[in-house]
Design a protein around this ligand. Structure first.
Ligand code: GLN
Length: 517
């Protein structure tokens, strides 16, 4: 399924960055700003809805807010089916990404107005915009490579961009939204979505013809891509599509448990974990938190300079937008760290644990990327199984850590270490599943359906987000009837069980991939 790369693309991508074409890093930063805005806004949404009217919020009940949150996070991953289809058939991937980014910029701007109509309009725009953006930028990544070998590594790097954005978005939009004002937080998300869009738009030539025109038709007669897939029998295509569907199905179990992060795990952090630190512990935390913030910033700034070195001569405008956004971000980060360092408050916030996930991704993604390239583990189903089992182990650690919590207790004070370890295992699992999954969709889908298949891939997250929210809401009931450990054991056993089933299916699935590794 290799594609024919055009001359312009080859010309612009001759000089590699970290062994990959510079185009990958243009997409890396575009996705980074989009995820910055997505996760930044998401971090604020429930807080904004539930905070009192006098504090600028809407004074909603927790239940109502979580319901809207579940609907939003569900729908945002459902529209990619539509967006992928539109890109395949009408707009092409590149214009779909740009249009999606524009619609999301408007969405964030609407949110910043904060009136009822504008907030709903904003959410609607974000749902539509994400549908156009997310599956299609993911699909362009795969199209940069004419062979399959480097795709796992490429998607792992891309995934690092996703999480660099998530990390900064949660940190900065969250901080500014809560401490300065909601609309500033929402607005910040919008500004960087806008910069991300401009950076992409002015660098798009670097992609040559990639993602420009839709593949058009369902019949396989008249496109470049068609010439390649046509060799492949309908049975091969059908089998591979089935494998994508099976992978998508198993990721439902993964995200269903993983997405407890924003729900029941945050409740656990808030009400059942000892977060107060004194003396040396407090000082240590401040230092750790500073390193935790500065380290990802240094890593991505280093990537930024690498990109500038290779692309500045041809793409100065795009690079300038990137530079400007980085200058602003560094300014906000340093201001925030300084403010926090001089504060005397030493309680770790409940939401702080959430950023550990993105931090661990940024720290470990380069290792994973190299590890996949070594080809020690080549089987997709086995990687998926390991991911599910690691996630299960993470919840097992939480089950163990909460063993001391009495049945039905509404508060407790267990060590923070359990959550930190759980996030570590969850992240290691995520690196085996999520970037690898993107890579497999790109390798297994026929060119004419790649957008749609990415849409289906993300739709599994829609189901998982929704089901995860519902299951999480039973935390009190299960803790009262059984115990907190039992609650976490559910998320231990089901993913591990799913992982074991995948190991059993490994042979069959590998056969059905017909040579794709
Ligand atoms: N965290 C990843 C992202 O935001 C994966 C999301 C998903 O597939 N559910 O892109």
């Amino acid at each position: 399924m290799s594609q024919i790369l055009d001359q312009k693309f080859i010309e612009h991508n001759r000089q590699l960055i970290l062994d990959h074409p510079p185009s990958l890093f243009v997409l890396f930063f575009t996705e980074m700003w989009e995820r910055f805005s997505y996760y930044g806004m998401r971090a604020l949404l429930v807080l904004f809805l539930t905070s009192a009217i006098i504090d600028g919020g809407w004074g909603w009940s927790r239940a109502d807010a979580l319901e809207l949150y579940a609907m939003y996070t569900g729908l945002v991953y459902l529209t990619p089916i539509l967006g992928g289809f539109i890109a395949d058939k009408i707009l092409g991937y590149r214009y779909s990404v740009a249009l999606g980014a524009l619609i999301m910029t408007l969405g964030h701007a609407f949110m910043a107005v904060e009136t009822t109509t504008f907030v709903y309009l904003g959410l609607f725009a974000l749902i539509i915009g994400n549908g156009l953006f997310k599956p299609n930028i993911s699909s362009i990544v795969g199209q940069l490579y004419d062979t399959e070998e480097k795709k796992d590594a490429a998607y792992t790097i891309f995934y690092m961009g996703i999480n660099a954005g998530a990390f900064l978005g949660i940190l900065l939009c969250g901080y500014i939204g809560e401490k300065v004002g909601w609309s500033y937080g929402f607005g910040l998300a919008g500004i960087f979505m806008f910069f991300g869009m401009l950076q992409f738009w002015f660098a798009q030539e670097i992609l040559g013809k990639i993602g420009l025109k839709p593949t058009g038709k369902f019949d396989l007669s008249d496109t470049d891509e068609a010439k390649e897939v046509v060799e492949e029998s309908p049975k091969v295509v059908r089998d591979r599509l089935t494998v994508i569907t099976v992978f998508a199905f198993f990721t439902i179990f993964f995200w269903w448990a993983f997405e407890q992060a924003g729900g029941s795990m945050t409740i656990f952090a808030g009400d059942y974990t000892d977060r107060s630190l004194e003396g040396n512990g407090a000082m240590l935390f401040k230092v750790f938190n500073t390193v935790l913030t500065i380290f990802p910033m240094l890593v991505i700034t280093w990537v930024l300079f690498k990109l500038f070195k290779v692309t500045f001569s041809n793409f100065a405008t795009s690079n300038s937008f990137l530079a400007l956004s980085f200058i602003i971000i560094w300014g906000i980060v340093l201001w925030m760290l300084f403010r926090e360092f001089s504060a005397s408050n030493t309680e770790v916030t409940a939401s702080w644990f959430g950023i550990l996930n993105s931090f661990f991704i940024i720290a470990f993604a380069p290792l994973f990327s190299k590890f996949w390239e070594k080809k020690i583990i080549t089987s997709g189903p086995i990687k998926f199984a390991i991911g599910l089992i690691l996630l299960g182990i993470g919840f097992g650690i939480l089950a163990f850590g909460s063993a001391s919590i009495p049945q039905g207790a509404k508060v407790a004070s267990v060590s923070m270490i359990w959550l930190v370890l759980a996030y570590l295992f969850h992240t290691l699992g995520e690196l085996c599943i999520s970037p690898v999954g993107l890579s497999y969709v790109s390798k297994l889908a026929p060119a004419r359906l790649v957008g749609l298949m990415f849409g289906i891939w993300f739709a599994s997250s829609a189901v998982a987000n929704f089901a995860g929210g519902i299951t999480g809401s039973y935390i009190d009931k299960i803790t009262e009837t059984y115990s907190m450990s039992v609650f976490f054991l559910i998320f231990t056993l089901i993913p591990i069980g799913a992982g074991l089933v995948l190991i059993v299916l490994n042979g069959t699935l590998k056969r059905m991939m017909h040579g794709v590794e």
